[in-house]
Ligand binder design. Structure first.
Ligand code: B12
Ligand code: SF4
Length: 480
């Protein structure tokens, strides 16, 4: 059987979202190959590659934004080749009832075991309603109705999984440039109000063991000679003992003596001196942290447990002390957040410009199944029957215009104009942090942008005062 896998991303966004090593599809591929012999799997990077492969089965992965694109791709394959179409990933897991008729089946949550059972069913021509009802963890259409089967049990221990099939990624620019993605865990013990990870994987975190990671890193280094290993976990640093073990291996095997660097992910409350020393020992050249906000009130509204503005500040200080570049992200437009709260984030970024390798500030996204999703449904901002506000329309998209004019906002303490200006400011911060200019030149550029923002958008007095404050701040000479 010929199986075409694809990650649905609207072409306009492919470069931005660089989904070139979709690990989930890599895990599916090795798992299927380990359990079914008569199967050929390819990863398509776009519609043409998908159709050129003449797939009998199409497996599409999609987050909410790309649900519309996923349906379009599945429909194309179905119309052209009569392919059996399967959708997996976060969106369908959170909203199984939303399955469209371009898909034969939606796979909910962890996909490996379910996908194997589905392929077997297809090989045996056993995909009638009565057959599908026997497969756990799926949703499918039965005429106008959508049926959801019993929950699929989770894989325990995760180490029983084979490594993801990275041969699928060999044509990707990331792997060619020497960057290899890894993921070392599934699930998260927290339940932040905006995050859909928990809905997908549950609140129990399952880690691959340190030994598994050591074997995986060794195999990848031997095969691909990467320049950078990137752990894309929600919380890679969740287990200090495991991290210590992996670091000791990297140091003792000499990998840290060469040019290999690491990009990791953490949470501010996991950062201490020892973690920083360990990160330094393996040449960590970027740590991603969702700082989200420098206002305690906003962190509370985000349900960011175990974190405060002070803990964020302390984490940034410690990481800077050990010269570990930080990739920090902030959220704009949280319910209850005022312009002054959002200003605290700008101020913090300005104070720490030299410590960030990347900063990003995005509008609060409303993902299905989250606390904020329930709030948005309750307020009538979103309805499950009309998701046009949160799913990109593949036939009619105008990039960022969608975000600027259409994307639903949950805040009633900031206007859309104010939210957009903070978004604009953050996109300038991103450029400044990633550009090679001197710090003083960067700060002048911020000042220029701020006065332009006022002229362009004619904002209210609060914003004028805010900009004045920031101007004063950036005019002060800095220590560096
Ligand atoms: C890493 C990551 C990225 C990386 C991916 C690059 C890389 N090298 O891996 C980058 C930075 C590019 C990225 C971009 C984006 N991401 Co992202 N990302 C993640 C993250 C942290 C891990 C993804 C991953 O590898 N998971 C591990 C694998 C094993 O799981 P998986 O992919 O889900 O696949 C399993 C199952 O879902 C299922 N499955 C999935 N697809 C399919 C398909 C079939 C056919 C079948 C049978 C099964 C199946 O089986 C797989 C094996 O069990 C997740 C959160 C998370 N923990 O999952 C967010 C997450 C998926 N991203 C998210 C978002 C929103 C985005 C962006 C829109 C950007 C943004 N933040 O606004 C873009 C969109 C990209 C896209 N694909 O369209 C959200 C999605 C929420 C939603 N409901 O829409 C998540 C859940 C983050 C969050 N906490 O809210 N992302
Ligand atoms: S934002 Fe991070 S810490 Fe919060 S629930 Fe999601 S993955 Fe966990």
């Amino acid at each position: 059987m010929r199986v075409g896998l694809i990650q649905a991303i609207i072409p306009e966004f492919i470069d931005i979202w660089q989904g070139d090593q979709p690990l989930g599809l890599g895990y599916l591929s090795t798992y299927v190959k380990a359990h079914i012999s008569d199967v050929e799997i390819y990863l398509a990077r776009n519609e043409k590659e998908l159709l050129d492969g003449r797939p009998e089965l199409v497996g599409v992965s999609a987050v909410t934004y790309n649900f519309g694109e996923a349906a379009r791709l599945a429909r194309r394959a179905k119309d052209e080749f009569g392919s059996f179409t399967v959708l997996g990933g976060t969106h369908i897991t959170a909203l199984p009832e939303s399955l469209l008729d371009s898909f034969d089946v939606g796979v909910l949550g962890e996909g490996e075991m379910t996908f194997v059972e589905l392929i077997r069913a297809l090989q045996n021509n056993a995909t009638a309603v009565a057959d599908l009802r026997k497969i756990n963890g799926i949703t499918f259409r039965n005429g106008e109705a959508v049926e959801i089967t019993a929950r699929r049990e989770l894989i325990h221990p995760l180490d029983s999984l084979p490594f993801p099939d990275r041969t699928l990624f060999e044509a990707s620019s990331g792997l060619k440039e020497g960057n290899v993605s890894f993921i070392s865990s599934r699930g998260c013990p927290y339940d932040c109000a905006f995050c859909s990870s928990v809905i997908h994987w549950g609140r129990t975190i399952r880690n691959f063991s340190g030994d598994y990671l050591i074997r995986e890193i060794s195999e990848v280094v031997e095969k691909y000679h990467p320049k950078r290993v990137e752990f894309v976990d929600d919380l890679f640093l969740n287990d200090k003992e495991r991290f210590r073990k992996v670091c000791e291996f990297i140091v003792s095997s000499g990998l840290s003596d060469g040019h290999l660097t690491f990009h990791l992910t953490g949470r501010a409350n996991n950062i201490d001196e020892e973690m920083c020393k360990l990160m330094k020992s393996i040449n960590t050249t970027q740590l991603f942290i969702g700082l989200e906000s420098m206002s305690d009130k906003v962190l509370k509204s985000l349900r960011k447990r175990g974190v405060s503005a002070e803990i964020n500040r302390r984490a940034v200080e410690l990481l800077s002390k050990y010269s570990i570049p930080i990739n920090a992200s902030f959220i704009i437009g949280t319910p209850g957040e005022t312009v002054d709260d959002a200003y605290l984030n700008c101020q913090f970024v300005l104070e720490n410009l030299e410590n960030f390798s990347y900063v990003d500030g995005g509008i609060l996204r409303i993902f299905p199944g989250t606390k904020f999703w329930q709030d948005a449904i309750g307020k009538g901002i979103i309805t499950e029957s009309d998701m046009s506000g949160i799913v990109l329309d593949p036939e009619d998209i105008d990039g960022w215009k969608f975000m600027k004019s259409k994307y639903p906002l949950l805040t009633d303490t900031m206007t859309r104009g104010e939210v957009m200006i903070f978004q604009l400011l953050f996109s300038t911060f991103t450029k400044l942090v990633t550009s090679k200019h001197e710090l003083s030149a960067k700060k002048r550029a911020i000042e220029k942008l701020m006065s332009k923002s006022i002229d362009q958008l004619g904002i209210r007095d609060t914003w004028r005062q805010l900009v004045e404050k920031v101007k004063k701040k950036i005019q002060k000479p800095t220590s560096s």
